[in-house]
Design a binder for this molecule. Structure first.
Ligand SMILES: [Mg+2]
Length: 262
């Protein structure tokens, strides 16, 4: 089931703990229980919201979560922009812009693209295309999620647009969110306690590609929940030796707690 005794749990947010403003049934209590057994960190590829907005939403759902326990692919993108002194053309939702305050954006030498449905139009995409093709700007994807779940059904993710830019420019995007190894490392390195190796860590998520297979390929353990964007048959993609599939976050916590108790 798991490679080693579990010390840390990484938890996806949207589709795993909540869907929009509603918590997954029983998840608030299950999270409290899990905290008694393992460290927890929250890792999200959400690109539509700044950490402040996301944190506010989680509190509204009833979760007791500290802001510094949350790691978003936006914070990881900002780190990269700062360390490589990039001036990005940001294709991000207005609600996410807060996390990029103070970043120089004139005369761009990078295109940073996240989930921004209102900006996925020909004018913006063509500007991005020209920056990459004509001016050698780097292409940075917050993540390449194929699709995501909202209350009214599935929606097209940024992966479709990132892949389109890759196709037309011949340039491969640098991906900063899950399943990038550095993103998982960033979340673990914030824990003060010792023995936080990948094999002592389990990732819980509803995205079979970026959460589950991504974690397994980096050497973590993983549990797929059948909520959010989960669709029947997703579990078949997971290597059989590492396949842990449960109904929801509540059952994922039971699986971990029972394993830790043994
Ligand atoms: Mg999710």
């Amino acid at each position: 089931m798991f490679k080693a005794s579990i010390k840390t749990t990484l938890i996806d947010l949207s589709g795993t703990l909540h869907i929009e403003d509603s918590p997954i049934f029983g998840a608030v209590e299950a999270l409290e229980k899990l905290r008694k057994y393992t460290n927890v960190r929250f890792v999200t590829n959400t690109t539509k919201e700044s950490i402040n907005k996301l944190h506010g939403r989680l509190l509204k759902c009833g979760f007791k979560i500290e802001k510094d326990e949350i790691f978003t692919s936006l914070s990881s993108a900002r780190k990269l922009i700062e360390s490589e002194k990039l001036r990005p053309f940001l294709i991000l939702d207005d609600d996410a812009m807060e996390d990029f305050e103070g970043i120089e954006t004139s005369n761009p030498n990078a295109v940073v693209i996240g989930l921004a449905p209102k900006k996925f139009n020909n004018e913006t995409m063509n500007k991005a295309f020209r920056l990459i093709k004509d001016q050698n700007a780097q292409l940075i994807a917050i993540h390449k999620g194929r699709y995501y779940q909202k209350n009214d059904g599935l929606h097209l993710g940024p992966g479709a647009y990132v892949t389109g830019l890759e196709y037309s420019t011949g340039i491969q995007a640098k991906v900063v969110g899950k399943p990038n190894r550095m993103f998982f490392e960033m979340a673990l390195s914030s824990l003060k306690s010792e023995n936080n190796s990948f094999e002592n860590t389990v990732m819980i998520g509803d995205d079979v590609n970026d959460d589950v297979i991504g974690a397994i390929e980096n050497g973590l353990n993983a549990i797929l929940v059948k909520t959010g964007k989960y669709r029947e048959g997703d579990e078949i993609k997971i290597p059989i030796d590492n396949r842990n599939v449960v109904k929801s976050f509540v059952e994922a916590v039971e699986l971990i707690v029972n394993h830790v108790k043994q």
